[in-house]
Design a protein around this ligand. Sequence first.
Ligand SMILES: C[S@@+](CC[C@H](N)C(=O)[O-])C[C@H]1O[C@@H](n2cnc3c(N)ncnc32)[C@H](O)[C@@H]1O
Length: 404
Amino acid sequence: MAEASAPSSNKDDSEGHGHVVAKHYNELQESGRDMRYDSRIFYMRNFNNWIKSVVIGETLSSLKKQSRSQRDISVLDLCSGKGGDLLKWKKGNITKIVCTDIAGTSVEQSEKRYKDMVDRERFKDRVFSAEFITADCSKTRLKDLYKDPEMKFDITSCQFSFHYCFESYNQAEMMLRNAVECLNLGGYFIGTTPNSQELVRRLRDSDDLSFGNDVYKVTYKSDDKTNIPLFGAEYNFHLEGVVDCPEFLVFFPVLEKMAEKHGMKLIYKTPFGEYFEHFVQDRDYKHLLSKMSALEMYPADEGNKLMGNADTEYEHVRLFLEQESKKDDRSESRDQQYRRPRTVGTLSKAEWEAVTLYCVFMFQKVKDLKTGEEWQETTVTETFRKRPADEPLLTSPPKVLKDT
Ligand SMILES: C[S@@+](CC[C@H](N)C(=O)[O-])C[C@H]1O[C@@H](n2cnc3c(N)ncnc32)[C@H](O)[C@@H]1O
């Protein structure tokens, strides 16, 4: 069967918002650990990083369950930014990574991050090898740029970035082609992206063209909230100190159909809230939450302040602690009560509203379009329920009791 067709290069690179996005990310300062702590969204950023760690960890473990599991693992990090996931891939023991992004300064910073990582290592040859490419991945065919033109990947990871390509059909098609054309049969395309279903729901619920809170603000560009186009449905996304960029709605049913033409099958697409609820049950991932400071402790330690407004943003944990305390009164002796944990990991209401705008997705290559070969193995991965379009998302932020 013929390969799904896409232009090998979208001719006019100056067209569209690519340069605005590249400029924005190039100018974004890398913040040190302390500065990040000052940020209103310190915990939310860590939480998002935790989600990425889980997605990456779960994908690697699905890959290791495959029959060819002994082989080396190669990864394409599509829209890799400043290389924020390099350590996660190192922990996953991969062999090779190609990092690519439209923002040249970010690519340079990620290359430096990689070199520093290797320098810190005693056994340098044990660190995966890496290649760095600056390119607009929605307009340039990456296969032509790899050092090895026959390069094959086991995983393509596109974190918090895929939505930029839904500016036009050609851009989405090129980005998708880049994501999947060099994947091995059985390989995965994973990512995190704003959940258009939820964005549109909040947009239609709002009185005007914008919605948000003190952490994020979404402003839809067109004044027609009814007829939303499949491509080029532009909104501005403002996230406190991190993002202020034009973005585009990604209609998942459309993406799913486009991906099918490339031999890809959607394994799951699930909102962050649900993904969190599922994996927080896992002991190791729960431990990782506290290691990564992915939740804020309530109440705050003496001398510390909560990130959000203490009166309005933590009602969910206050009620939760009250209920827990009533349970204790009913069931335990005074001694045991005294030892009960009284600290809960959570996120402020405003951060949770921003977090629940996103979803995690996973596709798998089930057909090689060149050879016609099909993937025969059962895919061993967590399965998530398909949600009806109008089902409201989890509205209450996390409440994770700190272990004693
Ligand atoms: C929110 S950042 C995420 C970076 C990284 N994936 C992470 O999770 O830390 C979005 C990234 O997408 C990149 N990007 C946006 N449009 C792009 C395009 N057309 N081609 C390549 N990179 C793009 C931006 O430059 C930016 O680095």
